[in-house]
Design a protein. Structure first.
Length: 282
């Protein structure tokens, strides 16, 4: 995300600053106020840990946070601490005026469709930026139009929603190639051109690499260590240590990372990192 900034008659771009906010309402409000005071532009609002809250309570919680800061919703898969939320919830959430985006990180097509349809039916699809967090379907999310029908007195109306970018753990590595791929996918989406076969092939290759990095074979147990292992291989980290000293690579995970490195060299950015590494670490 970027915002425009005028200076001396020129139009520039600068990063949009997004702070993470979570916890019960009192905690979330405190964190949102801190983000506002520190100059952040929006908050990514996690509903993790609120599993026993009703939809009505969650929506009231979201509205209170939105009164302080623009909000980006965060739908996280249950395997890593998220909770299931309904189409009805997402439609009501999208109707909150200060909601400006949603990160959809479900690894689940059914639940992804709930969010996309909820936004379409809210009438605010032009105002809400949708990000894929579906690491198992990154490329397909970026090139797929979502069309939803609704009926009224004027007949059937169609509303289109799209994901225009990503907020992905996968993009913590091989980031240069991820940027180039994203630019290519957005160009395809803008032109509504048919998706070439080679893009479909790359989509599956990216997913296979993600399976190695995120340790899908062991239910994501080594996901953070896997990302660290790639960064260590490139010289960006000295080790793969995690905050939990017992969290590390799963058995066979390094072999899988080595395998996708060898199979798909066009997807890594090792040469780019090597070119700039000394300057970055100076």
């Amino acid at each position: 995300m970027q915002k425009n900034a005028d200076g001396n008659g020129a139009t520039l771009t600068e990063p949009v600053l997004i702070a993470g906010v979570m916890g019960p309402t009192a905690q979330a409000l405190t964190e949102a106020r801190l983000a506002r005071d520190l100059g952040y532009d929006a908050v990514l609002l996690s509903l993790g840990g609120l599993d026993d809250w009703s939809d009505a309570a969650l929506l009231a919680h979201c509205r209170e946070v939105a009164d302080i800061m623009p909000v980006i919703g965060f739908y996280l898969q249950s395997a890593v601490g998220g909770r299931k939320l309904s189409y009805t919830f997402w439609r009501a959430f999208a109707e909150i005026e200060q909601v400006i985006g949603i990160k959809i990180a479900l690894f689940n097509r059914y639940q992804t469709l709930d969010v996309m349809r909820g936004v379409a039916d809210s009438g605010r699809s032009a105002e809400i930026t949708l990000f894929t967090g579906n690491d198992d379907s990154i490329i397909m999310d970026l090139v797929t139009p979502y069309l939803f029908a609704s009926s009224n007195a004027n007949g059937t109306q169609w509303e289109e929603t799209r994901m225009v970018g990503g907020l992905l753990g996968h993009w913590a590595v091989w980031t240069r190639q991820s940027v180039l791929l994203t630019q290519q996918m957005r160009q395809l989406a803008r032109t509504n051109a048919p998706v070439p076969q080679d893009v479909l092939v790359i989509a599956n290759q990216v997913t296979e690499c993600n399976a190695a990095f995120f340790d899908v074979q062991h239910d994501f147990a080594g996901c953070i260590a896997g990302i660290h292992a790639v960064l260590r291989r490139q010289g960006l980290l000295a080790g793969i240590w995690c905050l939990d000293p017992h969290e590390t690579l799963s058995p066979g995970q390094m072999d899988e990372i080595d395998r996708v490195y060898q199979a798909y060299p066009h997807l890594n950015d090792d040469a780019f990192v090597a070119e700039y590494l000394d300057a970055w670490l100076r």
